[in-house]
Design a protein around this ligand. Structure first.
Ligand SMILES: [Zn+2]
Length: 74
């Protein structure tokens, strides 16, 4: 329907990619590396395609699940 066609909204762009926290997933998968969440410093898993995805969806960056939730609500 016509009414559904709207310009892109703020929340459509970017946002933060979330990384699973190491304490939730102690055993990562192959290719995952541990990095700290840039916001709270919690150890997270960085997945191999992360940088590519951030670039592709024009995300602000990646952070842990909790911070991503907070940041994406802003
Ligand atoms: Zn965090």
């Amino acid at each position: 329907m016509y009414m559904n066609i709207r310009p892109r909204q703020k929340k459509d762009k970017g946002g933060w990619l979330c990384m699973p926290q190491c304490k939730n997933i102690p055993e990562g998968k192959e290719g995952w590396t541990k990095i700290k969440c840039p916001i709270c410093g919690e150890l997270c898993w960085k997945r191999p395609l992360q940088d590519e995805t951030i670039h592709k969806i024009k995300a602000e960056g990646a952070c842990c699940t909790l911070c991503a939730m907070k940041m994406n609500m802003k």
